[in-house]
Design a protein around this ligand. Sequence first.
Ligand SMILES: Cc1cc2nc3c(=O)[nH]c(=O)nc-3n(C[C@H](O)[C@H](O)[C@H](O)COP(=O)(O)OP(=O)(O)OC[C@H]3O[C@@H](n4cnc5c(N)ncnc54)[C@H](O)[C@@H]3O)c2cc1C
Length: 392
Amino acid sequence: MQPDLSPEEAKMVGLAREIARRDILPIAAERDRNYPPDQAYPWEIIEKIDAAGLRTLTVPKKYGGFGARHLLQAMVTEEIAYGDLGVAVSLDQTYKFTRLLTDETTPDQRDRYLDDFLNDTRALLALATTEPQSGTDTFLMYDEPGAGPRMSAREDGDSYVLNGTKHYISNGGLAKYYFIFARTAPEKKMSEGLTCFLVPRDTAGFTIGEAHSKLGRRLLQNGELVLQDCRVPAENLFGEWNGGLAILRRMVSGALIPVMGPSRLAYDLALGAARRTGLFSEQWARMALTEMYMLIEASRTFLYSAAWHGDRPTDDSKRRLMSKVFASDAGIKVCRMAMEIWGKTGDVYHDDRPTPEKCWRDVLSYLHGFGTNEAVKLKAAPLLAGEGEEEW
Ligand SMILES: Cc1cc2nc3c(=O)[nH]c(=O)nc-3n(C[C@H](O)[C@H](O)[C@H](O)COP(=O)(O)OP(=O)(O)OC[C@H]3O[C@@H](n4cnc5c(N)ncnc54)[C@H](O)[C@@H]3O)c2cc1C
């Protein structure tokens, strides 16, 4: 599926492809293997991405960005993810939460933060709900007092004081601004007592804890956020007091994930190796490559259709949720088949360059990230029967 793009949109996709192949792919394998989790992020590449106008892709034109629609966002992050999924996720998180910064902030918050976000070539965004005590219960939004985040926030004069720990946060340790969800009425359920706060990285009492060592997406930092008597000014209340769940619902729309990048790379590596070594003449390799191609095309069509509807009144959250599950499951299969072909060619022992094995580890992260696939299916199921639409 090749969607119709305007010449300006096609140019942005082309720039992303160029950066991925010229700047990211050549360094990704080495960083993936040898760099500690808090040092693997390639900041110099984010500066190139920024210079190409890609960091601010989803900022509306009236604020000086490109004003990208969801479909373009999906295509750009797919291209970047061909170079490395971690870099693409870092950008994708920023794209998603840029929409919060531009569309849901108060004029005062926009005045204070948007210019800085636009002008700082390294400014990234993050959103934090997950805690050691809560993950899927937050994602599935079990609406009972015991479920959901435990981090607390209390009013104190003209500020709020936050206490607690988040973990697994993408861009944790990298972002400049964080959207953090805390309990403002701990005895109540999430729909009545969860609030979102905009917390700048340099806020006193806010530190980055462990940078998690992960199996895949290793260039991206996933970190622990530790808030100890972290005092956030009253103006940084984001959205309504006790209205955090509504924001979370809009964010947990799933999909538009850049998982196609590593799947495509694994396929290209396998096809190249099969042709180089003569393996391509064997029937099983031909069948495997054909199946990989079909899975990639089906996943891409599903993801693009979810993005395309996301730009229209026909937006359909079950399509976005399901395409996340389908494309990540399919990506695992594609990478596994690519590894088999790679292994047969003897290249399996050379892991100093992009390999299907890295692609596979990277795709694995999407079985869990942005809601586990089990949880996403449970979230989508009621929508099949027309239940729960009003929540979205
Ligand atoms: C790479 C990565 C990036 C992430 N980035 C972020 C981020 O930026 N911000 C953020 O807030 N969080 C982030 N997360 C956290 C992620 O959203 C959670 O890991 C996820 O919601 C699952 O929560 P958990 O890890 O606590 O697992 P648990 O909730 O403990 O689940 C463990 C297992 O039990 C299953 N399970 C749990 N409940 C049910 C149920 N009711 N029915 C069926 N199965 C169930 C789950 O599917 C899973 O397999 C990230 C995670 C990963 C892996």
